[in-house]
Design a protein. Sequence first.
Length: 368
Amino acid sequence: MIAGPELADDPRVVLTLDAGGTNFSFSAIRGGQPIGESVTLPAEPHDLDASLRNLVAGFQALVDQLDQKPAAISFAFPGPADYPNGVIFNVGNLPAYRGGVAVGPMLEERFGVPVFLNNDGDLFAYGEAIAGLLPEINKELEAAGSPKRYRNLIGLTLGTGLGGGIVIDGRLLTGDNSAGGEFWLLRNKVRSDCFAEEGASIRAVRSAYAEAAGVAADGLSPKDIHDIATGEAAGDPQAARQAFERLGEVVGDALANVLTLIDGVAVIGGGLAGAAPLFLPRVMAELNGTIASYAGGTTGRLIQHAYDLGDPAQRREFLRGEAREIAVPHSSRTVVTDPRKRVGVGVSRLGAGRAVGVGAYAFALNRL
């Protein structure tokens, strides 16, 4: 796997795209950093011909700025999709793609370079594993003299929806059907008949506040509700705090389910990540809580203990662990071990957009 320092020294250029339902935003990346001028064109979600023309025109505008041929095109595109074959079936925010459009092969034929498509949540997780939280934590563990190293990462994005991805030992888990890491469809703890995204998204915060405060949610943004919770705006602060705590409960339970299968570090990004002080304590309470048995007893929700990496005291404890030397029987040798099972949960410092860009760049170079 190409690591962060290797990305910085790589001379190859990869063209990337942030594809939304309103706009297509194009950029070129070299050495893990954007170069040249970015380009934004309308997505034309209801007109396939116009949308495809803008898709080609945006990448061509980047090529026209370059002094070298790009090595690849790599970007996130909303699913559902057959990502390995570059076919998009999106009918949500891009209804013109109904029935399937072979976007990847079209761009390969037009520009003569390999084209890689992925889900934005997957690329967010990959970017954090390459140049974000995962290498940051491993570097700090090394500096602390700990033998512990982490190779697995779970990335969650909280915004319009609940997205994310999983990286296992440096490899992005895409799944056999391009459906790996579909966190949004986990069961919702607060409403067990519903999926998790209904309680872990922008609409969830708005509806929870409206319900608790007895007001209409129209016109209220998560930032407005955040400011009400912190006393920076007028409203019902208790209801606002409850809205974010409920989000934290749903996110915490969903993350606990994933951590029982994928034992690694977790990172949260997306538009709601800035409100982490309001919901992360509840996430941690869920992770470090208990779960019942039929006999009426309880056991820990996780085998591991979860640490909030944004809290300085918890971060120090996480890094310290319990490293010690153990004698090898019938030998003069010793081995260093750290028996404390622990996972860390942090908020993205790269930001979702930057992490997705790094992930797209690194994914292309690794595939090449």
